[in-house]
Design a protein around this ligand. Structure first.
Ligand code: ADP
Ligand code: MG
Length: 595
């Protein structure tokens, strides 16, 4: 069994070794044919890498990546041939145009949920292809011919071995940038997108911004690939940038492994090599010529999606031992902390909040408040309106009427990420987390608003100091709830009890002044409930204020200072645990739905 350090070392050297191999490949006695294949694979990998981030990591689908490749390629061709401009200027123009198009498409579709982005990318792909094929100045179907070869520092790269170095340099840089990004504050935001917006927004993440960011990155990679493609082919025409090619790029990403950077390279390699074989083999088998490989790819795609939904790379990844994150944050200076409310200060003032779902009044003019240092329980039978009230306070649902005030400020109607920013943090009735991230990373997500590093700093690894501070904080919060020893486990592998505790640590990581917990004891075993109770008492002892939504009466009795009881959307009563317990109405409400 290899030790953790050995595994980390092996992983650290795998990428540089691969990079060096690809960069010196042209100097080795490799036949020209394979250099050309490798050039294609590098170009395709760049595009597929964007799709790994967009589709695999963020869960957004684009069929239009080939069109972004086209923007890069046509910019290069047009500027080089018609304007005799520098190729580097063409790269800038191509990337700028692709980013502009991505921003426009994204701004229109990414605020809407569902299938608007894929549809818009299809429309964009078709429109761009139509433009290329019909514009006189873009050469219509013939395209633009006679693109010069690329010269770097007076050195002619040609279209073979020389260009191979540049293509792979870009592909490898993009891979390194992607890996840096995924392991960073903005990267964790992007990784949180696939599991729905509610949790991410509750951590203070603008999911719209995160989606737009990853869409722009994918478009940039595609445009760079197109720019290189133009100097590789020395001619451009519309066909390599069609929707069909867009689907093929998506196929490469899905086949290789949509969730992993190296899946893009594997997928691009397999598709390119198999496609060439099939183009020779299939016509022989069938007897006529045609694009039969498309049909084979279609079948393979269905099979892959069914039997290996995470792609071929998982077969490689499963054989590699998983290395724990290097614990490099010892002694990192603590993150800035929020100024905390005075004990007894009016913290939360819920004033006649109301929520109607069509004809159903789920929350009927409910008022209560909470002072700093208190634990208030919100209880009631199932369907009483507790979670809805909770979601009105945290900004997940809009109010039909009423007001929510926090530390004297009206926060009614603010989006949940703004409310999070003010120091209200929450957990969810049904645990919401990123199962494929470690416990530590999930908790670090809670500290999102306490960092500020963006994509550029993340890609250049200028975010390491902030990352160390964030991870030190995440570990500290895990230690606070007694889970520091499980920080390297994948969150998805935890049992429900530890998952709930992890959510509390994640909420604490945002340095809240008020913690809202929605049924934290639901589904826990007796021992786990006791452990949770201890954690909450300890938090109160440290001065934390808590609003606890709970179905389980016994659990809240020994824990809360005050209890608000709801039934059918209305506030039935409010009082000390003893008063609530003694109340015949409360007993009737519970007896009515239970036993
Ligand atoms: P609790 O958390 O107390 O069990 P909820 O707040 O989840 O109750 O639900 C209160 C009532 O509102 C229930 O009757 C529920 O069916 C209804 N409800 C909750 N969310 C929605 C929604 N998004 N659309 C329609 N009805 C809803
Ligand atoms: Mg509920």
């Amino acid at each position: 069994m290899a030790t953790n350090t050995e595994m980390n070392a092996a992983r650290r050297f795998a990428f540089p070794a691969f990079a060096v191999l690809m960069l010196v490949l042209p100097a080795l006695p490799v036949p020209d044919f394979w250099i050309t294949q490798s050039n294609y694979i590098g170009l395709y990998s760049l595009v597929a890498l964007g799709l790994v981030l967009l589709t695999g990591v963020a869960g957004l689908t684009s069929f239009g990546q080939a069109a972004f490749v086209g923007v890069g390629a046509y910019s290069a061709a047009f500027l080089a041939v018609k304007m005799a401009a520098s190729p580097w200027l063409a790269l800038l123009v191509g990337v700028a145009l692709a980013i502009g198009a991505a921003l426009l498409l994204g701004a229109i579709t990414l605020r809407m949920s569902g299938h608007y982005l894929p549809l818009a990318t299809i429309a964009w792909g078709l429109a761009l292809n139509y433009t290329m094929a019909n514009m006189e100045w873009l050469g219509k179907y013939d395209g633009i011919l006679g693109i010069p070869t690329l010269k770097v520092f007076g050195m002619d790269l040609g279209t073979g071995r020389g260009l191979h170095v540049l293509i792979w340099l870009f592909a490898l840089l993009a891979a390194a940038a992607s890996m840096h990004l995924l392991d960073s504050r903005p990267g964790r935001a992007i990784r949180s997108l696939k599991n729905g917006a509610t949790m991410a927004e509750a951590m203070g993440i603008s999911t719209f911004r995160a989606k737009l960011t990853v869409f722009v990155i994918a478009a940039t990679f595609a445009a760079v690939s197109g720019w290189l493609f133009a100097f590789f082919q020395r001619t451009v025409n519309p066909s390599p940038f069609s929707i069909g090619k867009g689907i093929e790029y998506l196929f490469m990403a899905v086949l290789g492994g949509v969730g992993h950077v190296w899946g893009a390279f594997l997928g691009a390699g397999v598709v390119k090599i198999v496609e060439d074989q099939l183009q020779v083999l299939l016509p022989k088998l069938i007897g006529t010529s045609g694009n039969f490989e498309t049909i084979v790819f279609g079948i393979v795609l269905v099979v892959v999606l069914k039997y290996a939904p995470d792609g071929l790379w998982t077969f490689v990844a499963n054989r590699l031992p998983r290395a724990d994150r290097v614990r490099d944050w010892e002694g990192a200076p603590p993150l800035a902390a929020r100024e905390k409310p005075q004990h007894g200060e009016l913290l939360l003032d819920v004033d006649k909040v109301r929520k109607e779902f069509g004809g159903l009044v789920a929350v009927n003019d409910v008022s209560f408040n909470l002072r700093a240092g208190e634990i208030v329980g919100l209880i009631g039978p199932n369907g009483a309106g507790k979670s809805t009230t909770f979601n009105l306070v945290t900004g997940v649902l809009s109010l039909t009427a009423g007001h929510v005030r926090y530390r004297g400020d009206d926060i009614t109607g603010l989006p949940s990420r703004k409310i999070a920013g003010r120091g209200i943090s929450r957990t969810f009735q049904h645990v919401k987390m990123i199962p494929e991230m470690t416990v530590l990373e999930n908790v670090a997500l809670g500290g999102y608003l306490r960092g500020e590093c963006g994509v550029v700093r993340a890609v250049l690894r200028l975010d390491r100091d902030e990352e160390r501070r964030l991870f030190a904080e995440a570990e500290r919060q895990l230690a606070r709830i007694g889970m520091a020893d499980r920080m390297h486990e994948l969150a998805g592998n935890l049992a429900l009890g530890p998952q709930r505790l992890m959510e509390i640590a994640r909420a604490l990581c945002s340095d809240p002044a008020l913690l809202l917990l929605d049924e934290p004891a639901a589904g826990l075993r007796h021992k786990e409930k006791q452990a949770l109770g201890d954690v909450l008492r300890q938090l109160k002892g440290e001065g934390m204020s808590l609003l606890l939504v709970e179905h389980d009466m016994d659990f809240v009795m020994g824990l809360t200072d005050r209890i608000v009881v709801m039934e059918f959307g209305i506030k039935l009563m409010e009082g000390t645990p003893a008063a609530v317990q003694a109340s015949p109405e409360v007993r009737a409400a519970y007896l009515g739905t239970e036993h």
